[in-house]
Design a protein around this ligand. Structure first.
Ligand code: ADP
Ligand code: MG
Length: 602
């Protein structure tokens, strides 16, 4: 609607329509309508050729509008006043008959007005230069050229101006790139019109029509093919998942597809003509613009050969996000442009980050395991020596106390290395089949004592408790460690829920667990209503020795052990938590196939 346009564009369009109407109203009474037949013929011809945008293909791939040729013919034969009807008719039919999508009324009126003014002005020039309804092509050469040039300027400049005002671009640049090159077509068209008229004089209307029919039909076919390929291209742009942005040589945006609108939060109309710089954060803009420029001008640089460039992009609301950019260069030297294909890689980055995290844990685990193993051997020899020492001492020797302290310290050390070994999965396990719910319910008394009176405990088991194959002692350790953390997170009391159930992980849910596979799992959840965790804590949670607790309170080993056990049991662990919202630890263990009790085995 007219109201949606920028104010300056709106007033401009209204002004053009008003002048068109005024010109038409004032000058039409001076037109001669007789003989009426040829005039009606010209009006019909221009209506049809404009509606179907019939074009004559001419040299170097450009086209010449046939309705323009009709306008010129009419100007030669009938003068400017009557030709205004011919021009208005083509202006009207262009946007109404055969329009792909309905056009707003103001556009039709604008079109008609431009053509009325153009026809009037060029007709005046033709007559002032001495042109008349003669058919001697040589005699009217100069007036004809003047008329064609006037037509060209008066027709194209106001249109360039209207585009500039509605899309925030420079009118001069639009005119130069879109219209200037078509000047020769206008001259050719005028010549064509003169020749057709001369031919008509000598051979009559019918021969001309016959000669014109074949090229008209061919050009209509070409036009249909063009429309189809344009529609195809439009459909591709619209359906693409990636943002597709076309830029001109100055890196101003020329096309902005729906995916780009969604990705960046700008509207297409708002972005046309604006610099692509707008889509990059100010900090690293210069470097990336340089890469794009380099590719545009030389075809070399970091983007050459279809290479992908990862960079940070900027949304309309100011948020930044990672993208991958590939570009294609098109057009020839003078009018080269670039099309950029942009993919949002936020999700991919998050997955990579998770994978890195689990690989890091893996590496730390291997390291810790190696150290713990060697350390265990050292502890064993200290223990042996301390044993020998205390055996050699008389029972009342004062050194007996020290020897015992050595042994106790060694035992504490051995306890620590055991935990590290559990994390690094080097501990020997005793796997067996058991119902997960049974083990968890068996911990009821112990858990109650552990968490104290302030915290409520609820254990929820499902009807057919899932069977898993694991070391039940280790699973108890997992529940214990998680419960201790939950208690620590609820110093003022709260609620601890331990729940066992069965779930089906679909592809997406499994993928979220990094290396997870889809399928059915036993799920063990430990849920608290405590302090919760921020992102920074969640990111490092499972690292050995990572703790937020004061010295002496936390070792930072609890969750690393949980992680080690879960991995060793072939399961996955995930954490849901927000500061102040409590935490949920979900552990997924593969369901074990329960052997059917068969009569033969009795
Ligand atoms: P520790 O308990 O010795 O600190 P853990 O490996 O058990 O070591 O836990 C690491 C850190 O994770 C804790 O220091 C704490 O910040 C955080 N954390 C673990 N569980 C919870 C929970 N249920 N609620 C809040 N924070 C938790
Ligand atoms: Mg802990």
């Amino acid at each position: 609607m007219l109201r949606d346009l920028p104010p300056r564009a709106r007033w401009y369009i209204i002004a053009v329509i008003a002048s068109g109407a005024l010109t038409f109203g004032l000058l039409l009474p001076r037109a001669t309508f007789t003989p009426i037949g040829p005039l009606v013929f010209l009006v019909l011809l221009s209506t049809l050729t404009a509606a179907f945008k019939v074009q004559l293909p001419i040299a170097s791939g450009s086209n010449m509008s046939v309705s323009y040729v009709v306008d010129i013919a009419s100007l030669i034969l009938r003068g400017p006043h009557a030709s205004m009807i011919v021009g208005a008719a083509s202006g009207w039919s262009q946007t109404t008959i055969n329009a792909q999508t309905p056009n707003p009324v103001y556009r039709t009126l604008f079109n008609m007005s431009i053509l009325i003014i153009t026809v009037q002005a060029s007709g005046q020039v033709y007559q002032r230069l001495g042109g008349g309804p003669q058919t001697d092509v040589i005699a009217i050469a100069l007036p004809l050229a003047g008329m064609a040039l006037t037509y060209f300027f008066v027709n194209t400049m106001p249109i360039a101006f209207a585009i500039a005002l509605t899309t925030n671009q420079s009118a001069w640049r639009i005119w130069k790139t879109e219209f200037a090159s078509s000047a020769p077509n206008y001259m050719l068209g005028a010549a064509a019109a003169a020749i057709v008229i001369a031919g008509t004089e000598r051979a009559g209307y019918w021969l001309t029509l016959l000669l014109a029919a074949a090229p008209l039909y061919l050009t209509y076919k070409m036009y249909r093919a063009g429309v189809e390929s344009e529609a195809r291209q439009g459909a591709i742009l619209a359906a693409a998942h990636d943002a597709i942005i076309t830029m001109d040589q100055r890196l101003d945006i020329r096309e902005f597809n729906p995916a780009a609108e969604r990705m960046f939060g700008y509207t297409r109309l708002g972005m046309l003509g604006r610099s692509v710089e707008l889509l990059l954060p100010a900090a690293d803009r210069a470097k990336e613009i340089e890469a794009i420029r380099e590719y545009m001008t030389t075809g070399h640089g970091p983007l050459a050969g279809g290479r992908r460039l990862e960079l940070t992009a900027l949304r309309a609301d100011g948020t930044e996000f990672p993208v991958e950019l590939t570009v294609a260069r098109m057009g020839t030297e003078g009018r080269a442009g670039l099309t950029g294909f942009i993919r949002d890689i936020t999700e991919q980055r998050a997955l990579e980050e998770q994978l890195r995290q689990s690989q890091k844990l893996e590496a730390i685990g291997r390291l810790a395991g190696g150290v713990a193993h060697d350390f265990n051997n050292i502890l064993a020899s200290i223990m042996g020596a301390a044993d020998l020492l205390s055996m050699q001492l008389p029972p009342d020797a004062p050194a007996v106390g020290e020897a015992n302290e050595i042994k106790q310290a060694v035992e504490r050390g051995a306890g620590l290395t055991r935990q590290l070994l559990a994390f690094s999965r080097r501990q020997a396990t005793r796997s067996r089949l058991f119902a997960l719910g049974d083990v968890v319910r068996g911990m009821d008394t112990m858990l109650r004592r552990l968490i104290g009176r302030e915290v409520e405990l609820e254990i929820i088991d499902c009807a057919r408790s899932p069977t898993v194959r694991a070391d039940s002692g280790q699973i108890e350790q997992v529940v214990l460690n998680l419960a201790i953390n939950a208690r620590d997170a609820m110093p003022e009391g709260g609620r601890l829920t331990v729940r066992v159930d069965q779930v089906h992980l679909d592809e997406a849910a499994a993928l979220a667990l990094v290396e997870g596979n889809a399928g059915r799992y036993a799920r063990l959840s430990v849920i608290d209503t405590g302090t919760g965790m921020d992102e920074a804590t969640k990111a490092r949670l499972f690292e050995p020795f990572f703790t937020t607790k004061e010295q002496g309170k936390g070792t930072g080993l609890g969750l690393s052990i949980v992680y080690g056990i879960v991995k060793q049991s072939g399961g996955y662990i995930s954490v849901l938590s927000e500061p102040g919202r409590g935490s949920t630890f979900n552990i997924y263990l593969p369901l074990a196939a329960v052997p059917e009790p068969s009569p033969a085995s009795v």
